[in-house]
Design a binder for this molecule. Structure first.
Ligand SMILES: C[S@@+](CC[C@H](N)C(=O)[O-])C[C@H]1O[C@@H](n2cnc3c(N)ncnc32)[C@H](O)[C@@H]1O
Length: 230
């Protein structure tokens, strides 16, 4: 592997190292998905494969991961090969739900998709980790859930409130789903990132952004999604 190392039982790819969003989602998995039994799970934007490894550890028997980046699929294969132990593990290269067969249903779906609402990239992260139109990415993810979330299933995803919590809530409810916040925290956003965000987006997210002088702080959260009672 060009930017990392992989030896039997240990895989680490620096470019795919976990972020604070990954670790928050990891904690949600470790605390909320304790007994997955025969669980069918999907990680949308699988990256290193770390979250899928945690879901397998929690008992998932069918583990699927999708990523648009071939290097992520390769990193996940390397991490997961030693831990799958006969369970089904499908790693698919593709663009979000386009990569998932229509009939596939999951008990747990997780996603930590890049959705900071501006194009900011870093030399030591893959290009696909840039945000761009973050609203569009999260909307696409949410709109695919009704077709693939089992009736008693749960989805967890990372949400940066700069994309607009109100918009997310309206969309979730319009899809017949319900939401709750599992955990939330405050992210420091340096001036170069905030300046890359359009004035319109910043205005929409005014409620979620707090400034002390030039220091900007925004709420981030893990949102849990289930079917709304009918
Ligand atoms: C922020 S990384 C998170 C990786 C890993 N799940 C984690 O939490 O550490 C987001 C991942 O989503 C992938 N991604 C971005 N857009 C995607 C798309 N349209 N379809 C599938 N994967 C996508 C990226 O290639 C990247 O690996």
């Amino acid at each position: 592997m060009s930017n990392g190392m992989s030896t039997a039982g240990t895989s680490y790819v620096h470019a795919f190292r976990p972020s604070e969003y990954t670790t928050a989602l990891l904690r949600a998995i470790e605390t909320d998905c304790l007994a997955l039994g025969n669980g069918r799970v999907l990680d949308m934007g699988v990256g290193s494969g770390l979250l899928l490894a945690a879901l397998i550890h929690a008992g998932a028997t069918q583990a699927w991961g999708v990523d648009i980046d071939p290097a992520a699929i390769e990193a996940s294969q390397s991490l997961l090969a030693p831990v799958t132990h006969g369970r089904t593990c499908r790693l698919i290269l593709g663009d979000m739900w386009d990569a998932v067969p229509d009939a596939a249903q999951f008990d747990v779906i997780v996603a930590n998709l890049p959705h900071f609402p501006a194009n900011v990239s870093y030399a030591d992260r893959p290009k696909n980790w840039t945000g761009g139109d973050g609203r569009n990415t999260i909307d696409r993810f949410l709109k695919g859930l009704p077709d693939h979330l089992a009736q008693s299933g749960t989805a967890y995803f990372t949400h940066h409130d700069l994309i607009g919590l109100d918009h997310t809530v309206k969309l979730v409810e319009s899809l017949g789903l319900r939401w709750s916040t599992v955990t939330q925290w405050t992210v420091f956003e340096p001036p170069e990132r905030m300046e890359a965000v359009s004035a319109q987006t910043r205005a929409l997210a005014e409620k979620s952004t707090h400034y002390y002088g030039g220091y900007a702080f925004v709420t981030a959260r893990i949102i849990k999604i289930q079917w709304a009672p009918t």
